[in-house]
Design a protein around this ligand. Sequence first.
Ligand code: NOJ
Length: 500
Amino acid sequence: MYHLYPYSFMDTNGDGIGDLEGIIQKIDYLKDLGIGAVWITPFFPSAWEDYGYDVTDYCDIDPRFGTMETFLRLLFEAHRRNIKIILDFVPNHTSNLHPWFLESKSGRLSPKRDWYIWADPRPCGGAPSEHQSVFGGSAWEFDSSCGQYYFHYFYKEQPDLNWRNPEVRRAMNEVLHFWLKRGVDGFRFDAVKHLSEKFLGYDSSSFPARVLTEAERQDIFREWRKIVDSYGGVALGEGWETDLSKWIKYYGDNLDAFHLPLNFFLMKTDWQASNIRKIVDEVEAALPRGAWANWALGNIDISRFSDRYGREFERLGAMLLLTLRGTPIIYYGEEIGMRDTLIPKDRTRDRWGRDPERTPMQWNDSRYAGFSSVEPWLPVHDNRKRVNVRAQDCDPTSLFSLYKKLILLRKSHAALQKGDYRSVGTSSESCFAYIRGVFGQRFLVVLNFSGETQYIKIEDLDSEGLILLSTLLDREEACDLSRLSLRPYEGCLVEMASDG
Ligand code: NOJ
């Protein structure tokens, strides 16, 4: 799966911002890379306070990205190439300019008043609770026209919908049907954790309990899942849970909530062999029977992978991501090693500082990296001479070539796609090794997380193997698993002899 940020993928109308036509132009790029599904972040009409996550109309296309006709063409072109299209669905909040909110705000007697979360000031004055917004400051905004506060977990321009209200549920479910009927293949449900908020030191008598209980929230997840299933689609859920036992709940008690609760466990952690092994083992052990995993190294909300962990780990990260069990999700540009871009103060767009990881895709080494014919909305990284698709496509040893090979190998071997996962011990603490296998076909993945060459023995394995791929893309050879050498930060994918 490819996590595509449309603002920065490809601009075709010369306004410096990416557009849907740009995705159509680059659909063969995605096909050649081996992508099977594209999750596109919101391109619906929006006030762009939170770059698409403040929707003003859930059932249309922001004219800055194209028209409904362009979107349907994109869907057609993607499907023609066997690529699925997954949309972002933002249920927790709308824009404060959404007609629903404007109506709700128009007066205490508005028929849509209860579509959002309104509360009186405390008797002694001030916000109804101590609740803090994730973006900082109080989660309550005072509306002087009616003398009440409304709740916003994110920016004040993103008022939270009241999911206790059945009309909200119905209206939002209609949105799902709207897109599914048009042929989209599923949704990534945004910020679902925040449908039920935690109470942080507030006096319950002064605040109407409109926030959901855990059980009510699960019920909504199940309802969405039913809708998505009825069209044969997929439901991804974003919870940003760092606690495994909480994350697992997003699958649902009977696997009836999200197919793929997004997995953030590799994103902010200690990038060391023993820790990564622990994470993968724990996720694998926690997965309910029949649940399908997913993995990602980055996304639109955090620094690029190499800026978090170091460039030396780029190739290791790629091999890990593409050989684990579960759907790998590649953040756009990760396949060429895009880095965070320094954003001058006067070019800042996102108030929360997420511009560096959202800059234009680097297609070639030209001034605007082939992304646009004019100065793009965010600056292009000055590493574009080296870090660009065209240059890396011609270089058989590039990171891009590694991504392509890994995806191809994954697609052509059932063991890598669907096989079991089992971690294995090695004689080096700096290495993480695991086996993926199905029907007698077995692959060993060994990753050296250190800057030194490691000579290792894989525990309980004396057999021979065949190195199919090294992250350095320079060896394909037979090897002895009791004496395997790995260069600094090298990873190897080894096909094992069936009797090993
Ligand atoms: C998660 C999205 O990834 C992020 O970019 C956005 O700001 C929040 N949800 C709020 O919608």
